[in-house]
Unconditional design. Structure first.
Length: 100
């Protein structure tokens, strides 16, 4: 009879340890899930910002291309566009100089 009580206490301790371990794993899972959700929201915000930046760059590139096209027929605008040559080269609207 005494052996049964000892075995019951050991099994009860094992079950309690298992339950505590499951609770710890569960709370850690909740923390990881919360972090993943925050990262997903941040990624969505960054994606929206990247879309806006790409849209604004396309608008600026289009405007610069129109200014260059206008400069071909109206030479008076060329002095205004001259200082912007490095920027226009980075936008790939003007070919890079051969010595660079």
């Amino acid at each position: 009879m005494r052996k049964n009580a000892v075995l019951t206490n050991i099994l009860l301790a094992v079950v309690l340890l298992g339950a505590v371990a499951n609770l710890l794993v569960f709370f850690r899972y909740l923390q990881v899930l919360n972090t993943a959700q925050r990262l997903q929201l941040q990624a969505q915000r960054l994606q929206a910002h990247a879309t806006a930046v790409n849209r604004n760059f396309a608008i600026a590139r289009s405007l610069a291309a129109e200014a260059l096209q206008f400069g071909q027929t109206h030479p008076e605008i060329r002095p205004v566009l001259e200082p912007l040559t490095p920027l226009l080269q980075r936008m790939e609207l003007v070919p890079q100089a051969a010595n660079e």
